[in-house]
Design a protein around this ligand. Structure first.
Ligand SMILES: [Zn+2]
Length: 454
């Protein structure tokens, strides 16, 4: 899916994070100036200053993370044009034109980007605007934007050099790609890379204070989010793209901080040996700790059924992050979040008719009960074995009565009650119901939601 088009192949540090990190870390920096990194200068660095600062930060990051530098690192200052050229080259190498087309069409089919949205141009523009530093795992080289003042560069270095050190120990590009073809699992690994680099960066900023991120009882990563609307390209971007840009950094930060809290940095190799398998495990670190993962969902091929002119464009897993983005189109954030959390596995396939470019989107997801309220009453869709039943305009009590009458197992009960006063049309997918997972699958799509007036 499009969220893997993607920012994931490029290890970068975005200006929108840098700006806010500097703001929030201001108090910390003032305390540690004598011991830790110097943030005194506001002007762009010379090449010599840059190299000296990079070596100093690298040795600090090695101390923080416990990862030794195994081979010397290439480092250079790059202009905006050079960074833009790198982004374009990387995008072309990472995915073929056909693969990028398929990803964009999938995002379009789910309603996540407008029809005809130029995703490639968006990615190039946003990265050119936002990138403050890059680590290129192919060339094993890191770049810093030459327009940034040295004070900001040090923080960006802390982030990028963590990628470099992790790469020398864990071969990050091969490790990331080992999750393929599961996009959701790849997103989870991306969140480990970006999240651990964020934790290391914050530890760097706190050097000399005698504290680290582990000591902060309730760190709220949302305080790192800047005003995403403040940059030209992001100003009018679909919310999905903003969320996709941010998720590996902030979702990954919360996850990595939670996992490393008990073990400290000695727990880092464990994250690479046993990576999280889904965005759900990133969003709920407890599920990663307990090893709870979703069941895989199989989808039969529809090519023969659809006819000669149709071909499979894309087939993959949405995951909890993807579902949250889909549901946010119809529901408020809180409800979309809680509904998406009930995810227990899915698979989608997108077919395209060659001439007309018409699309058919097929989605299977678990759990097997889907229900929502409308002003005219509840709507229930429940599948068992090879059969599904629907009831509309009624209550859960009546639905349960029918379930009993036809001698089906009772459907899972809702994990959260909707407020009785909620007048808005609302949807609910009931929580984990493992006993029912094998019973059947619900086919649902945004078009289905729309047709139900949500
Ligand atoms: Zn990064």
């Amino acid at each position: 899916m499009a969220w893997q088009i993607k920012f994931s192949s490029i290890r970068f540090f975005a200006g929108l994070l840098a700006a806010v990190c500097l703001l929030n870390a201001g108090g910390v920096r003032a305390q540690q100036a004598a011991v830790g990194p110097s943030f005194a200068t506001g002007k762009a660095a010379s090449e010599a200053e840059f190299i000296a600062a990079a070596d100093e930060v690298l040795s600090k990051m090695s101390e923080i993370t416990g990862l030794k530098l195994r081979t010397p690192l290439k480092k250079s200052l790059r202009s905006r044009e050079e960074i833009r050229a790198y982004v374009i080259k990387q995008m072309n190498e990472e995915k073929t034109l056909a693969e990028r087309y398929a990803g964009a069409r999938s995002a379009e089919a789910f309603g996540l980007i407008p029809k005809g949205f130029d995703l490639d141009a968006f990615i190039v523009n946003v990265l050119t605007e936002q990138v403050e530093g890059l680590y290129d795992p192919k060339a094993r080289e890191f770049y810093i934007a030459d327009w940034s003042p040295l004070s900001e560069q040090r923080m960006v270095m802390a982030h990028e050099l963590t990628h470099a050190l992790e790469d020398q120990h864990f071969q990050i590009e091969a490790w990331l790609k080992a999750a393929r073809p599961n996009d959701d699992a790849e997103l989870a690994r991306d969140a480990v890379l970006e999240g651990s680099a964020m934790v290391a960066m914050i530890d760097y900023l706190m050097l000399g204070t005698g504290r680290s991120l582990r000591d902060l009882p309730e760190f709220d990563p949302s305080m790192l989010i800047g005003d995403l609307g403040s940059t030209p390209t992001l100003q009018n971007a679909p919310p999905f793209l903003k969320d996709t840009l941010i998720f590996p950094y902030l979702g990954g930060l919360t996850f990595s901080a939670a996992i490393l809290k008990d073990s400290g940095w000695s727990g880092l190799p464990g994250l690479f040996e046993k990576p999280p398998v889904s965005s759900q495990q990133i969003l709920h670190p407890g599920l990663y700790r307990s090893g709870r993962s979703s069941q895989s969902v199989a989808l039969p091929s529809l090519e023969k059924l659809l006819g000669n002119n149709w071909s499979l464009l894309d087939e993959n897993v949405m995951g909890e992050f993807g579902w949250k983005e889909v549901l946010k189109q119809f529901l408020d954030d809180t409800r979309a979040k809680s509904l998406a959390a009930s995810w227990a596995g899915d698979r989608y396939a997108l077919y395209e008719e060659r001439n007309s470019k018409r699309m058919v989107l097929v989605i299977f997801r678990r759990p097997n009960l889907f229900s929502f309220d409308t002003p005219e009453g509840g709507v229930f869709l429940y599948c068992f074995g090879v059969e599904c039943m629907t009831m509309e305009g009624t209550t859960r009590k009546v639905f349960d009565g029918l379930t009993k009458a036809i001698e089906w197992p009772m459907a899972p009960q809702p994990t959260q009650r909707l407020e009785p006063a909620a007048r808005a049309k609302t949807a609910m997918i009931f929580g984990f119901a493992e006993s029912n997972l094998a019973a059947g699958e619900v086919v649902l799509s945004p078009h289905f939601l729309q047709s139900q007036g949500i």
